[in-house]
Write a protein that binds this ligand. Structure first.
Ligand code: CAA
Length: 391
């Protein structure tokens, strides 16, 4: 039997996140989107009520929540405003390589920094010429005595302008392709770290996206995460753990779009009846509802596998591909239900359509998810990598 019921704790957590989204995010979401406002106060409140850093274990000050619980939170924050939600949740991506590969001392220092105060961290993988093709990165770290010296530039870095530290991937063996990449923790205040550019974006405008450069940045040896030249796998294992949560945010966007569309369809009268009475509209709403339910099931499956200590690469890509594409389709259809009003900024759904687009791009495009799915289906790997849940 497949049991999809939530525990009392999980239901309470979902309610907490929903109420937070309703009270703290929804009232400002459209203004923050218009003005691209950085949601510092909301981040601090989210930290205070325990909605951040959810997978850090108690010894480093975190709540050690399971991945499914994390997804419940992420869906609600995505429902509230995925731009503000991404700002609140991006620590999860940056901290995962530390959880997986950091020494005891590094975990205490850098995870502790996030749990002691509402501080932020960013994940630095993407480069101008290395997006989907991770192993094409040019940022490099050269060993000099007991230090590494880091040079390069990373783009599209969520929370980059506000982060207190970064998990940074760099080539440590230029000629070894994916087998020559390592990952390091880099403090923001290290000499040579600079925020170069803050992006002006189509959607998720309340989130910060920046270019970060590293110029002769000296990194102590113990800031290497995991083994030297094993950073590519660390990045992939990180994304396996974070894609369920991003997919949950996409489900949240789709849910918000469907709710606005159904409310509007019940009010808007054309041809003498609310448009919800027309089958053309009903079928759009029906498809929205199915996509949301199916997306959530894939999210829960991909998170549950992690919680059972099982490999979830395929499930995470199914969830990300389907939930992201569904969020986009549902938001576009919500605009269609609103008709011409849907195109006007005074109405809520055009923001959701713009926000949904990034879901098909970040943490692996929908095409990369299909690539992973096709490889897993055509050439299933026999390995069963343990999924270290929390540190
Ligand atoms: N877990 C563990 N190991 C894995 C793995 C996984 N999920 N996936 C691959 N590997 C291993 C493989 O087994 C292989 O190991 P061996 O060297 O022992 O053979 C090795 O890694 C190389 O794998 P591939 O041959 O599959 O590598 P590839 O170069 O073909 O790339 C890819 C695969 C799926 C395309 C990968 O590069 C990828 O996921 N790209 C997308 C990157 C991405 O998601 N970027 C988003 C950045 S973060 C972000 O967007 C957030 C933000 O802040 C904006």
């Amino acid at each position: 039997m497949v049991d999809l019921s939530l525990t009392d704790e999980q239901q309470d957590l979902r309610e907490l996140a929903h109420n937070f989204a309703m009270k703290e995010m929804r009232p400002v979401a459209w203004d923050y989107d218009r003005d691209a406002t950085w949601p510092q106060e909301i981040i601090e409140k989210a930290w205070e009520v325990g909605l951040m850093n959810t997978h850090i274990s108690e010894e480093y000050g975190g709540p050690a929540l399971d991945y499914l619980s994390g997804c419940l939170i992420e869906e609600e924050l995505g429902w509230g405003c995925s731009g503000i939600g991404t700002s609140i949740l991006a620590n999860g991506l940056a901290m995962t390589p530390v959880l997986l590969g950091g020494s005891e001392e590094i975990k205490k220092r850098y995870l502790g920094m996030l749990t002691e105060e509402p501080k932020l961290a960013s994940f630095c993988l993407t480069e101008p010429d290395a997006g989907s093709d991770v192993s094409g990165m040019k940022t490099n770290a050269v060993k000099m005595g007991d230090k590494w010296v880091l040079n390069g530039s990373k783009c599209f870095i969520t929370n980059g302008s506000h982060a207190n530290w970064f998990s940074v991937y760099a080539k440590t063996d230029r000629d070894a392709g994916h087998k020559g990449i390592s990952c390091f923790v880099v403090p923001r205040d290290a000499d040579g770290v600079a925020v170069d550019k803050k992006e002006d974006k189509l959607g998720q405008r309340a989130s910060d996206t920046a270019t970060i450069s590293f110029n002769d940045v000296e990194i102590p040896q113990d800031h290497l995460l995991g083994e030297e030249n094993k950073g590519f796998k660390l990045a992939m294992m990180t994304l396996d753990r974070t894609r369920p949560g991003v997919s949950a945010q996409a489900v949240g966007i789709a849910r918000a779009a469907m709710e606005f569309a159904t409310d509007y369809a019940k009010e808007r009268v054309q041809f003498g009846v609310p448009i919800a009475m027309h089958q053309a509209i009903q079928f759009m709403i029906a498809d929205m509802a199915t996509k949301i339910e199916a997306g959530r099931l894939l999210v829960w499956q991909s998170a549950s596998l992690l919680d059972q200590g099982k490999r979830n690469t395929l499930a995470a890509s199914h969830a990300k591909r389907f939930a992201a594409d569904s969020a986009m389709e549902v938001a576009v259809d919500a605009v269609q239900v609103y008709g011409g009003y849907g195109f006007i900024k005074e109405y809520p759904v055009e923001k959701l359509m713009r926000d949904a687009k990034i879901m098909q791009l970040y943490e692996g495009t929908s095409q990369i998810q299909r690539l992973v799915i096709a490889r897993e289906v055509l050439m299933p790997r026999q390995v069963s990598e343990p999924a270290a849940a929390t540190a």
